[in-house]
Design a protein. Structure first.
Length: 163
């Protein structure tokens, strides 16, 4: 019976990364978030505040990239609107506006998406604060600054659905 607690203690002691899956190794200061990425984040939140999910999805398409869009890069993948975007659209009311960024994690991705719309570059995972009095932790949205793509040159939202 002592084996399980001892084993758990050893895992926490010798493998702390397993316990803290949200590593802060690549965190940067909030002030280091590029203005172009911040503008895309604010535009995303603006679109989430549109009353109609259909209109929100139509406008969001210009900001979406990577695995959120079809190969043409101009249409959202089939399930994005009904699941990830719908969740953020309905839950944005729980977050501070204007947006308050609490944490930024910067990593590199060698590729997201497929076909002509596949992009690679720096990914900024940005956590935004909830409103005062609302339970829960800040939630992330990921925005990539594409590099080396012949036509996609502006930052794109590449991961949603956590709000």
């Amino acid at each position: 019976m002592k084996t399980i607690p001892t084993l758990l203690f050893c895992v926490v002691l010798f493998f702390p990364g397993i316990v803290n899956a949200q590593s802060k190794t690549n965190d940067i200061a909030v002030t280091e978030l590029p203005a172009s990425v911040s503008q895309v984040l604010n535009k995303y939140v603006e679109y989430l505040n549109i009353a109609s999910l259909d209109e929100c999805a139509e406008k969001f398409t210009e900001l979406a990239g990577g695995g959120l869009v079809n190969e043409d890069g101009k249409t959202l993948r089939k399930d994005i609107k009904g699941f990830s975007l719908k969740k953020d659209h309905s839950d944005i009311k729980f977050y501070k506006q204007p947006v308050v960024v609490t944490r930024v994690n910067k990593t590199y991705s060698g590729g997201q998406g497929f076909g002509a719309s596949a992009i690679k570059g720096q990914v900024y995972k940005i956590w935004i604060a909830k409103k005062d009095g609302v339970a829960g932790l800040p939630a992330p949205v990921s925005i990539m600054v594409p590099e080396g793509h012949p036509t996609i040159t502006t930052p794109k939202v590449v991961n949603i659905g956590s709000f």
